[in-house]
Design a protein around this ligand. Structure first.
Ligand SMILES: [Zn+2]
Length: 719
């Protein structure tokens, strides 16, 4: 072996070892040297949250009902603030918003014909579960129902979606002036959409019941013997039309700080104009079994041992609802751990505090995980391991009413967030079982997948392996043939229905949402409590603990990275899929999307170039803080550039052009473009396409500028 060849060999070997070390110990966004420090911090962090503490916190939050606006929920705001101060969080403050509140005074439902039946509208206490005997448990009510007193015939309208009313019309049944009885559909569709549909159809009121086929005995054992909903369970919930504009209905687009301008409630787009009441199947059954009219279609038949008819004449009920509507204070608790190097770059995290009753899963599992996460973060900061960027943590109020607290806070700080915020990490319910579901805006999906590799699932596998296994199982059960890969493990289709909405759709921040799921039939009922969690959801609190770890590690990576781990090539791939899905099966002869497709190709290429430049820069180990600040702020701008200041057609509050939500809360990609194409409003669709094309071009140019900046420095540093 000649000298030259030997040198070449050893150099190659050295580079090989270096690359091995790089792949084994790399973290997206970190230099090889900073990876070691980050790994050390994460190790210390992960060791702090404990199942016993998770359980202790969970018990505090689930000991009493704490609906938005209640004394107990406000006491819990003070409790969180006090705990956070003890834990070492800084700038802890309780922010007050004066919002339109609707609380129940009384509700009654009586069948007056053909036989008399007085609905109980209550959930039966269970000996096995002492909390179920708490006198503070509310009866049946729907948030934002209007008050009224009506006696009318009842029509069964299946899930209460527009196509169900079309079926009724085919049977010659008009629901005008009648009361519709619908069931919570499976898969879930937001009850507010059912209410709006009934209102548009001219119904006098809507009753929404839980059919055992969806979340009761047809699924498996019911409480207290299993996780599914028992005979008397009632799914409460708001019917606010927050898919049009979330938050306080009287302050659409601006914060409800005390003294803020308010529009009359009659003019509020998101305020329902219909009476609504949820029912257990115990109370719905007497109505259903007395109905006349045609036999309901096969797929309308439910889990009760009766034949479902559509009704319309024979069954008459007297419904009376009295609501108390007034302006009431909601409280958002905010705390932070100030960044040691970049205090004006923020990672924002949040969970809602308000629950329909005890909130065993929704949201107190998430609140317990948050309290253990903040304890661990506070402990690290006290020990000198302060994050480089600032971590802002919030306990939202009134999420259940209309995503209210987070919306008002997001509207209040929108300008500051657009300057400073890197991302928002949401945890609503943290745990109802062992199956992980991670959502992320496509640019952050790869970093989320990578993060799960460093966490251990209670099964003994890595969280990444467990996630992949449950994802494969779920796809098989849903008879989907898509192969599960790292590129599609995280769910990049983000609808509404939780507190991420204002940050993604109004402020223009990338968002991540984390949750563990399992069989769960007591959503928004009094049985969603401490007993349920300890017997079915997460006995042992291991998934609560894992959530605290995962949420914190994700935040720490975003807070400590040298160059933020955004992957814009992945974003471009997703946007291409969104367009493919939009045009699938549609006659698109009226709209040419070639320029949009070219724009995506360019954005993808620019994203790839930037990733290469970033990887070279990080591998070189030499990072100039001034330069990284420029690059990071440039990358933060990408999400803001997807905002259309005019919003999507008909919904000006929703400004994001890639992400939106259907009225059912279901995800809706390219919302403005998709909705106008569906309506065949080609002139508006063309404008939407042009806006998208410009945003793609702007972002491609922006990324190219950042690459050039990085490469110039790379070249300079070689001199
Ligand atoms: Zn929730």
């Amino acid at each position: 072996m000649s000298f030259v060849r030997r040198t070449a060999f050893s150099l190659a070997f050295y580079l090989f070892c270096l690359s091995l070390a790089w792949t084994q110990n790399s973290i997206l966004g970190f230099t090889p040297t900073s990876v070691a420090r980050e790994t050390e911090i994460e190790k210390k962090f992960k060791a702090i949250p404990s199942p016993d503490e998770e359980k202790r916190q969970h018990r505090i939050f689930t000991s009493e009902p704490h609906v938005a606006g209640s004394k107990r929920n406000n006491e819990l705001a003070n409790y969180i603030a006090d705990e956070w101060r003890k834990q070492g969080l800084e700038d802890v403050i309780i922010r007050r918003y004066d919002v339109y509140g609707s609380n129940p005074k009384s509700a009654s439902l009586e069948m007056v014909a053909p036989v008399r039946y007085q609905a109980t509208l209550r959930e039966a206490p269970l000996d096995a579960d002492p909390d179920s005997k708490n006198p503070q448990i509310s009866g049946a009510w729907s948030g934002m129902s209007i008050s009224g007193d009506v006696t009318a015939p009842v029509v069964y309208a299946h899930s209460g979606n527009p196509e169900d009313y079309a079926v009724l019309r085919q049977h010659g049944i008009d629901v005008k002036g009648r009361i519709v009885l619908v069931r919570y559909s499976n898969p879930y569709s937001y009850r507010g959409f059912k209410a709006l549909t009934a209102q548009r159809e001219g119904a006098a009121a809507i009753l929404i019941y839980s059919d055992p086929a969806e979340d009761g005995y047809k699924k498996g054992k019911v409480v207290p013997d299993g996780p599914w909903g028992p005979e008397y369970h009632i799914q409460r919930g708001a019917i606010t039309y927050d898919f049009m504009v979330p938050g306080d209905p009287q302050t659409p687009g601006w914060p409800s700080v005390p003294g803020a301008k308010r529009i009359p409630i009659e003019q509020a787009m998101s305020a329902p104009k219909i009476m609504a009441l949820p029912l257990s199947w115990h109370d719905a059954k007497p109505l259903l079994e007395n109905m006349d009219g045609p036999l309901a279609p096969e797929n309308w038949q439910g889990g009760l041992p009766i034949q479902y008819h559509v009704g319309g004449e024979r069954v008459r009920v007297h419904l009376k609802i009295e609501m108390e509507n007034s302006i009431q204070p909601y409280y958002v608790v905010e705390g932070r751990i100030r960044g040691s190097e970049l205090p004006d770059e923020w990672i924002v995290m949040g969970n809602h505090r308000d629950a329909w009753v005890f909130g065993g899963v929704d949201p107190s599992s998430g609140t317990a995980s948050m309290m253990e996460m903040t304890r661990a973060l506070g402990k690290l900061a006290k020990e000198g391991m302060r994050p480089r960027r600032t971590l802002v943590v919030c306990s939202w109020d009134g999420e259940e009413v209309g995503l209210t607290g987070s919306t008002e806070w997001g509207e209040q700080f929108a300008d500051e967030l657009r300057k400073k915020a890197v991302a928002y990490l949401n945890v609503d319910s943290s745990t109802s079982g062992p199956d992980f579901h991670g959502q992320a805006v496509a640019s952050l999906a790869p970093m989320l997948v990578e993060t799960t590799r460093s966490l251990e699932d209670p099964s003994g596998k890595s969280l990444y392996e467990a996630w992949k296994a449950s994802s494969i199982r779920e796809k098989r059960e849903a008879k989907q043939t898509i192969e599960v890969s790292d590129a599609n493990l995280a769910d990049t289709r983000i609808g509404s229905g939780s507190d991420h909405t204002v940050f993604l759709n109004f402020v223009g921040m990338p968002v991540i949402g984390l949750q563990f799921d399992g069989p769960y039939g007591v959503y928004h009922s009094g049985y969603d409590d401490f007993y349920w969690m300890n017997h079915f959801g997460d006995p042992g609190y291991r998934y609560h603990t894992l959530m605290s770890q995962l949420w914190g590690v994700t935040a720490l990576r975003l807070a400590n990275a040298e160059l933020e781990p955004f992957d814009f090539a992945s974003y471009a791939d997703n946007v291409r899929q969104f367009v493919d899905e939009l045009v699938k099966g549609k006659d698109m002869s009226e709209l040419d999307l070639k320029a949009v497709r070219d724009g995506i190709t360019e954005f993808a290429a620019s994203g790839k170039r930037l990733s290469n430049s970033i990887n070279r820069k990080l591998a070189s180990g030499a990072v100039d803080p001034k330069l990284t600040e420029i690059i990071n702020h440039g990358m933060m701008q990408v999400e803001r550039n997807w905002l259309n200041p005019d919003g999507i057609p008909g919904r000006p509050w929703f400004k994001h052009i890639l992400y939106g939500a259907r009225f059912t809360y279901a995800h809706l990609e390219l919302p403005g473009l998709t909705e106008t194409v569906e309506k065949q409003d080609w002139a508006t669709a063309k404008q939407q396409a042009e806006f998208l094309q410009r945003a793609l071009a702007n972002n491609a140019t922006l990324l190219d500028r950042l690459s050039a900046r990085l490469d110039k420095k790379n070249v300079d540093s070689l001199k």
